[in-house]
Design a protein around this ligand. Structure first.
Ligand SMILES: Cc1ncc(COP(=O)(O)O)c(C=O)c1O
Length: 398
């Protein structure tokens, strides 16, 4: 006999990913202000809006001036199309088995799809015939990333096939940059030259290419010459610009990860903490137990590398996470004088402006990324399904 395990009820778990849509709107507006009037902003809301909730992120970005939405998977794009958002939606990542199921619906819904190979063109064309609707296609050119897309040497053949197919309509040519977050890397210019040359060849087969898009957040921020017709920022909209904003404008981290202290206890000098005893208290101190761990999305590789904020009765304080991060829990060193008590809120990461601290600043997803040797994209998208999602009350942000 199997025993049903009840789903974990978020009311019984303190861990929360609190998302502030106003921050996404603010960030989109700030990125939008870098663009010429005629350049469109496609908000990238793949991976459930980088973990923030796809629909909420999409709506907030549209409020901030986005006029396109982009998601990797056709199924996500279909969900966006079903939400009645009334803007063009673009998706680019699919394979034949699941595409056979989803592409007809996607094309029927009027969603734009990427084509980066003869096989993908066949899939799209067959799906279009099935629903008797012309597909809107963005031809993906692999200018050097070496992932999705047609190599420049094969652009002419694919362009010819596109122009001969009455069931597809070429809307755009596009590419993706491998190294835009390093402005000194000449690879970006090399890719762009490759892309521009391939677009010339494509145009000879298809006639003028209506739209072109290249720029992710890094290129949107640092390379106005690459904005072309549409830019595709993702991470900047969530508050983590990969390069400083040119006008010094501050973007606001849109997600806060919070928990609560489960236990506070005084320990003597020499107290060791966690698996493998990687931490030993040098002095008598007060430790706090926080019921959140790597199964909630904290990166174990960040163990011992981040100060979190504890909101005590007498104000916010920083506390170093000590010892190994466990599956469900971490320990923080509150210091011997701390006024913290069980039940106090803990801010694992979020907007630094949301904490009032005498020294230091509240941690961001960037701090966790640095400590774990990864990128904020991974920190944000790792927050797991068992963490309750909550929308920040309006006007709560700085
Ligand atoms: C095709 C494509 N365009 C745009 C983006 C947005 O990139 P970023 O989040 O660095 O702005 C991504 C994300 O990796 C992507 O895959």
């Amino acid at each position: 006999m199997s025993i049903a395990i009840p789903a974990e009820d978020p009311r019984h778990i303190p861990n929360r990913a609190v998302v502030d849509p106003a921050a996404i709107t603010h960030n989109t507006r700030a990125v939008r202000s870098l663009l010429e009037e005629q350049t469109a902003l496609m908000a990238i809301v793949k991976a459930d809006g980088y973990g923030h909730g796809m629909l909420a992120a999409a709506r907030a970005a549209l409020e901030g001036g986005a006029t396109w939405l982009g998601a990797a998977h056709p199924a996500s794009a279909l969900a966006l199309a079903g939400a009645g958002l009334d803007v063009p939606i673009f998706c680019w990542l699919y394979e034949p088995v699941t595409a056979a199921e989803v592409l007809p619906q996607v094309i029927e819904a009027g969603v734009d799809v990427s084509v980066g190979s003869a096989r993908m063109l066949r899939l799209v064309s067959e799906a279009s015939r099935a629903v008797d609707r012309r597909a809107r296609v963005h031809l993906k050119i692999d200018s050097g990333m070496g992932r999705n897309g047609v190599l420049p040497s094969e652009v002419a053949a694919l362009g010819e096939a596109v122009s001969e197919d009455e069931f597809v309509h070429l809307v755009a040519a596009w590419t993706h940059l491998s190294s835009a977050d390093d402005p000194a890397d000449p690879e970006t210019d090399r890719q762009v030259d490759e892309f521009d040359a391939a677009c010339e060849i494509l145009g000879q087969e298809t006639g003028p290419v209506p739209l072109r898009h290249i720029a992710n957040s890094a290129a949107t921020i640092s390379r106005p010459d690459l904005h072309r017709d549409i830019v595709r920022p993702g991470i900047a909209l969530y508050g983590y610009p990969p390069l400083p904003m040119p006008d010094g404008k501050r973007l606001r981290p849109a997600m806060s990860l919070t928990s609560r202290l489960a236990l506070v206890k005084d320990v003597p000098a020499g107290q060791r903490t966690g698996y493998g005893h990687s931490h030993t208290a040098a002095e008598p101190t007060r430790l706090g137990l926080v019921p959140i761990g790597y199964a909630d999305g904290l990166h174990r590789a960040a163990s011992g590398g981040v100060d979190v904020v504890v909101r005590t009765r007498t104000g916010d304080q920083l506390a170093r996470q000590v010892g190994r991060i466990s599956m469900d829990q971490i320990v923080v060193d509150l210091g011997p004088e701390s006024r913290a008590q069980a039940g106090d809120e803990v801010l694992l990461f979020g907007d630094p402006a949301s904490a009032v601290l005498d020294e230091g600043t509240a941690p961001t997803a960037d701090d966790w990324a640095r400590a774990a040797g990864t990128i904020p994209y991974e920190v944000l998208t790792s927050v797991s399904a068992r963490v309750g999602r909550q929308t920040a009350p309006r006007g709560s942000a700085s």
